[in-house]
Design a protein around this ligand. Structure first.
Ligand SMILES: Cc1cc2nc3c(=O)[nH]c(=O)nc-3n(C[C@H](O)[C@H](O)[C@H](O)COP(=O)(O)OP(=O)(O)OC[C@H]3O[C@@H](n4cnc5c(N)ncnc54)[C@H](O)[C@@H]3O)c2cc1C
Length: 461
């Protein structure tokens, strides 16, 4: 390896790339870096270090997640020739069911082409007896291996910068030196601290605890109780910004997002009548699920996630607030891969070509925060929720209706669209007027409405 001035840092034939973390961000980076290098006629060596074995059942093989692959992600990957095979997909989600204390509504996909997939990230929940399940992360990692990456199943324990590269140390073998090191380690503080030593201007993302549990159920019961619908809950419960039940083949995944979710918050949610109504009457929903965890989720991006020869992608860099984290991993990983292969690997190169992508996600998350604040107001107001249900019901029942509110809700739940785009559509005068009309109409007490109508009818005689 030769010593170069920072501005000349670029990958050449024989350069080595070390990717730490083989979750979605690490795999996407590797997949696109190898693909771009092939197109560019550049011969690079790429190693992926991954501490987990994604073929294992339970926590040891899982990157804790609801497993919803958004429609934009499905489409973006397909555009690049990457079609998720059907054996990875646990269920295709075709509708969302919105539950509130005031009632429920089914929201159909705004366009028939829009389909969402639910997957497992590992090889199935703890206690799962089927050992043949293939999860999303394992599929992506194997795909990278097929495309020329070397997967080193080791935990990285040291990173050291020298003039001509970065040395990656791991427990069982001799350390290796790389021209470029990519951090795709999710929200693992220990490993992010290692990156801070070689990327001094980097500030770690902020995070909070979320919750996931897996309920095993017979496929026929899932079909009957939940169908192919993702069930989302807008309940007036403290600390919960978003609660959802995601049907898979013979499991139902419960996901809770919010601030510092703990055991009591989970119990409040699970015991609500709306959640219970999604399970067969005799299902022991109160029993502690054998597979449950409180993983971290990003609430604020990392800053300056790059330096000479280093870039951090996915959750370690920038993600999308609460939704479509795998989609955000694709966005950041692809931008970092194209910068590294086509432009260069200096801090200046990443500043010019990679940072704008992270800033754009950051700005969008700012609007996302506002949307979730509005959602919290709606959660607390039975009047608005009644209006919301009324308006959605109206849109869904009239064929050819503009589906304005339904599409906004769909994109908010799925994360399929940017938050700025969602807010812009929410502020459409037609949507707001419709919602205000529905809120006033659906909140007129039935007695008053009847007497008013009777009075009008009497006057008409
Ligand atoms: C409750 C919850 C529900 C979610 N639901 C969804 C959803 O439905 N859809 C969606 O799109 N997103 C969802 N997300 C977000 C999504 O999980 C993340 O955005 C996504 O996993 C980020 O991918 P990543 O590759 O950056 O990080 P990760 O998936 O965390 O992968 C990081 C990898 O790095 C490895 N690693 C870490 N340290 C080391 C080391 N020292 N050496 C070697 N390897 C190491 C880890 O083992 C891991 O495999 C959810 C998140 C939470 C918390």
């Amino acid at each position: 390896m030769s010593v170069l001035a920072p501005q000349d840092l670029e990958l050449t034939d024989g350069s080595r790339i070390g990717v730490v973390g083989g979750g979605p961000a690490g795999s996407f980076f590797s997949y696109y870096a190898l693909e771009y290098a092939r197109r560019f006629g550049l011969e690079v060596e790429l190693d992926i270090f991954e501490a987990k074995d994604f073929t294992r059942i339970g926590a040891a093989g899982c990157n804790h997640c609801g497993g919803i692959i958004s429609e934009t992600l499905v489409q973006d990957l397909a555009t690049d020739g990457l079609v998720i095979p059907s054996d990875i997909i646990q269920r295709t989600i075709s509708t969302y069911t919105l539950h509130t204390e005031q009632g429920s509504r089914v929201i159909r996909t705004p366009s028939d082409e829009h389909r969402i997939a639910s997957v497992f990230r590992g090889s199935g929940p703890r206690g799962c007896l089927d050992t043949s399940l293939n999860g999303f992360d394992n599929y992506m990692l194997e795909l990278c291996e097929k495309n020329g990456a070397r997967v080193i199943r080791e935990k990285v324990t040291a990173l050291e910068r020298s003039e001509d590269g970065i040395t990656v140390g791991y427990a069982k073998s001799a350390a290796r030196k790389y021209d470029l090191v990519v951090g795709a380690v999710g929200l693992s503080n220990k490993t992010l601290d290692l990156f801070k030593t070689i990327c001094p201007a980097y500030s770690l993302p902020e995070k909070t605890r979320a919750y996931i549990s897996e309920f095993m159920m017979k496929p026929a019961n899932i079909e009957k109780s939940l169908g192919s619908s993702m069930h989302v809950f807008l309940l007036d419960l403290p600390q919960i910004t978003f609660g959802a039940l995601i049907p898979k083949y013979n499991y139902v995944t419960l996901v809770l997002l919010g601030r510092d979710i703990d055991k009591d918050v989970v119990q409040n949610f699970v015991q609500s009548a709306q959640v219970r109504s999604c399970f067969p009457a005799d299902y022991p929903i109160d029993r502690i699920a054998p597979c449950q965890c409180y993983p971290y989720i990003n609430i604020k991006q990392g800053k300056h996630a790059y330096a000479n020869r280093v870039v951090l992608v996915g959750d370690s860099g920038s993600s999308k607030l609460y939704k479509n984290g795998i989609g955000a991993a694709l966005i950041t990983a692809k931008a970092a891969a194209s910068t590294a292969i086509f432009e260069g690997i200096s801090e200046k190169h990443f500043e010019k070509y990679y940072a704008p992508v992270c800033r754009d996600l950051d700005r969008d998350n700012g609007v996302g925060k506002l949307i979730f604040r509005i959602t919290r107001i709606i959660q607390k107001s039975s009047i608005i929720k009644r209006g919301l249900l009324h308006q959605v019901g109206k849109e869904q029942s009239i064929s050819g209706s503009a589906l304005r509110l339904s599409a906004v809700l769909w994109d908010t739940f799925t994360g399929s669209s940017g938050y700025r785009n969602i807010l812009k559509r929410f502020l459409h005068p037609g949507l707001l007027l419709g919602l205000i009309g529905s809120t006033t109409r659906s909140n007129v007490p039935p007695f008053n409405r009847n007497s008013h109508e009777k009075q009008k009818a009497r006057q008409a005689l």
